[in-house]
Design a protein. Structure first.
Ligand code: GRF
Length: 187
């Protein structure tokens, strides 16, 4: 059995798709959802799936080894970031394989401040004709680890940033679970 920890601090629609995808899989299990926001919708979604949640605060995350130790105790094989905005500290990077999903085609529209609707607004403002998703390994810099998967969707002149966000979310929900399955099978 391979074990995943999902880090998510927002709505958690990706976390939900991942949980649903692996629910009946006897090779891979979602062991916990780590969250830094006590009001995040992802916590309700986790409860519905019966997945334990771990609520963390910034100093505990950045200044102690508590999170590393908790995940080592759970024998986690892969950390999956799905809407988790804090920079990942060295101690986690040294101990775990970590992947992230970014809602654009890196290296474009990446880096600090490029998250959520900021990304889609920039794509529309620049009159891009396509955007997409990037799944990449995580290192110590935002959005710079090795790219493992990208796919695109069209942006039409009439698309609002909200419409682009919808299209990108659809791509994420379709591909992220499958890419996770492939990566974890190769670990
Ligand atoms: C996704 O768009 C993902 O690319 C980004 O954060 C967003 C999370 O969305 N890293 P959700 O909370 O899974 O709906």
């Amino acid at each position: 059995m391979k074990r995943i920890a999902i880090f998510a601090s927002g709505s958690g629609s990706n976390a939900q798709c991942i949980a649903a995808y692996f629910k009946t899989n006897n090779q891979v299990s979602v062991e916990c959802i780590v969250c830094n926001n006590p009001n995040a919708k992802v916590l309700d979604r986790a409860r519905k799936f019966g997945i334990p949640t771990i609520l963390i605060n910034r100093s505990q995350f950045l200044e102690t080894d508590e999170v590393v130790q908790t995940l080592l105790d759970k024998n986690i094989d892969l950390i999956v970031l799905a809407g988790f905005l804090w920079l990942i500290p060295k101690n986690l990077i040294q101990n775990f394989q970590i992947i992230n999903i970014h809602p654009a085609l890196l290296p474009q529209y990446g880096g600090k401040g490029m998250y959520g609707m900021n990304v889609h607004r920039a794509v529309v403002n620049n009159k891009e004709t396509e955007t997409g998703i990037t799944i990449h390994m995580v290192n110590e810099k935002y959005d710079e680890g090795k790219i493992v998967f990208q796919t695109t969707c069209e942006v039409t002149p009439s698309d609002s940033p909200e419409r682009v966000a919808e299209k990108v979310h659809q791509l994420e929900h379709k591909h992220y679970p499958q890419v996770i399955e492939k990566i974890i099978s190769e670990l």
